[in-house]
Design a protein around this ligand. Structure first.
Ligand SMILES: NC(=O)c1ccc[n+]([C@@H]2O[C@H](COP(=O)([O-])OP(=O)(O)OC[C@H]3O[C@@H](n4cnc5c(N)ncnc54)[C@H](O)[C@@H]3O)[C@@H](O)[C@H]2O)c1
Ligand SMILES: O=P(O)(O)OC[C@@H](O)[C@@H](O)[C@H](O)[C@H](O)CO
Length: 384
């Protein structure tokens, strides 16, 4: 069995690659980072170090590595004979890997078993997004698209930035969860022992994104605004601890109402996540967790998604709005989206206009003026 995995970064090596390896797949890593690919290509194994009460070390071997920028033809050839294609590159990168996947599908036999394609990104419907990009490229031959089965997934494991001295080895928390929608596969569900296949992914991905990622980002942005560098430092600040608790109370309200979750179960789930965020052995940074703030502030993401849904239910998501306000203050020169965000805030466009562009919220929504107010405050002006 063979899997082609795009993105040999933290989650690629420390989670998806490991789970596929443990399930018996040869993994072909494809990445644009030449140093990383060269290191993987010349190193027969790496170690995933878990930290936490159930921790152990895992050796990952039986892999190959290809540079997906300079060896596109070879990557497509691997996809032509693969059982699985996975990604962990970031949702905004999916459009760049769609062409090589489309070429790989063109090269597959028309009567063979389809390849299972699963985007393992923090986004609702990430595989649908990838499929839409591939579909556009295969518009001239729609039958080729049927050589793949596309399934959405929810992935959960905190993998912080790694010490460069660790080489290919990755330190991760001992917890992980990979949930995949079962429907698209019919009777041919992929053989991945440590993944869970479910009929309806929506409750799982929303519970994960609006608890783990909303909570995580709330700590990062409120922590950054108060000078913290790590998640642990941020959570030690009583105001940040209070903000994350308030935000998770609001998303709990949404999840319990929308998906009929047991409130006690959701409370246990969020409490467990507060412990995960505070894990000192991971030394995660506010810069990593807050990365790409424009993505995180977009319509279906971890803040605006639940805030808009709560407003529709007649609730007032005050803590989520405050977290959005904190996100606007994320000013990290190494992060291109943070740089763009700060440029937008410095522009002479109105705060209402920016609120609409940044969050994608409808101009008629009562949430929009509240976000415009946060933008005003972040700009330090009393405009509008
Ligand atoms: N790190 C985590 O805790 C975690 C947990 C769950 C999900 N995720 C999700 O996994 C994805 C990756 O996150 P990460 O933390 O591993 O990031 P990362 O930066 O460590 O890894 C991303 C990798 O993708 C590669 N890449 C970029 N453009 C590419 C391209 N065009 N083709 C092939 N490879 C390309 C990069 O070189 C990098 O090695 C994101 O969507 C993230 O939200 C991360
Ligand atoms: O990867 P992002 O940028 O969407 O979010 C940053 C972190 O919240 C995220 O990577 C978590 O560590 C991960 O989602 C835990 O499963």
């Amino acid at each position: 069995m063979k899997a082609v995995h795009f993105g040999a970064g933290n989650i690629g090596r420390g989670f998806v690659g490991l789970i596929l390896h443990n399930a018996g797949y040869e993994v072909v890593f494809a990445d644009v980072n030449a140093d990383l690919i060269d290191a993987l290509a010349t190193t027969p194994s790496y170690t995933v170090h878990e930290v936490g009460p159930d921790a152990r070390d895992w050796t990952v071997d039986n892999y190959r590595a290809l540079n997906s920028r300079t060896a596109e033809v070879e990557v497509a050839r691997e996809i032509a004979t693969a059982d699985i294609v996975t990604t962990a590159v970031g949702p905004s990168i999916l459009k760049f890997i769609a062409p090589v996947i489309a070429e790989g599908l063109r090269a597959r036999p028309s009567n063979g078993a389809p390849v299972s394609v699963m985007a393992c990104e923090n986004a609702i419907g990430a595989t649908d997004l990838l499929r839409a990009e591939i579909e556009m490229l295969l518009a001239d031959d729609e039958a080729v698209l049927r050589r793949a089965i596309f399934a959405n997934t929810a992935v959960d494991r905190i993998v912080p930035g790694q010490d460069p001295a660790a080489g290919l080895d990755v330190t991760v928390e001992d917890f992980f969860e990979w949930v995949v929608e079962r429907g698209p596969f019919g009777n041919a569900v992929p053989d991945i022992a440590e993944a869970t296949f479910v009929d309806d992914l929506a409750p799982y991905i929303e519970r994960k994104l609006f608890t783990v990622n909303t909570g995580h980002a709330t700590i990062a942005y409120h922590g950054f605004a108060r000078g913290a560098s790590t998640l642990v430092e941020a959570l030690d600040l009583p105001e940040v601890a209070a903000e994350v608790r308030a935000v998770l109370g609001e998303t709990k309200d949404l999840l319990v109402t929308k998906h009929d979750f047991d409130p006690e179960e959701q409370e246990k789930y969020l409490q467990k996540n507060l412990l995960r965020f505070a894990n000192p052995a991971l030394s995660d940074t506010v810069d990593r967790v807050g990365r790409a703030p424009l993505r995180k502030l977009s319509r279906n993401e971890r803040f605006v998604g639940p805030a808009a849904a709560l407003v529709e239910l007649g609730r007032s998501p005050d803590a989520l709005v405050r977290a959005i306000g904190a996100a606007l203050r994320f000013d990290v020169p190494e992060d291109p989206e943070s740089v763009r965000l700060q440029e937008l805030l410095r522009s002479d466009r109105s705060s209402a206009d920016l609120a609409e562009e940044i969050t994608g919220i409808d101009s008629a929504s009562p949430l929009l003026p509240r976000i415009a107010q946060e933008i005003d405050a972040a700009r330090g002006s009393g405009r509008e």
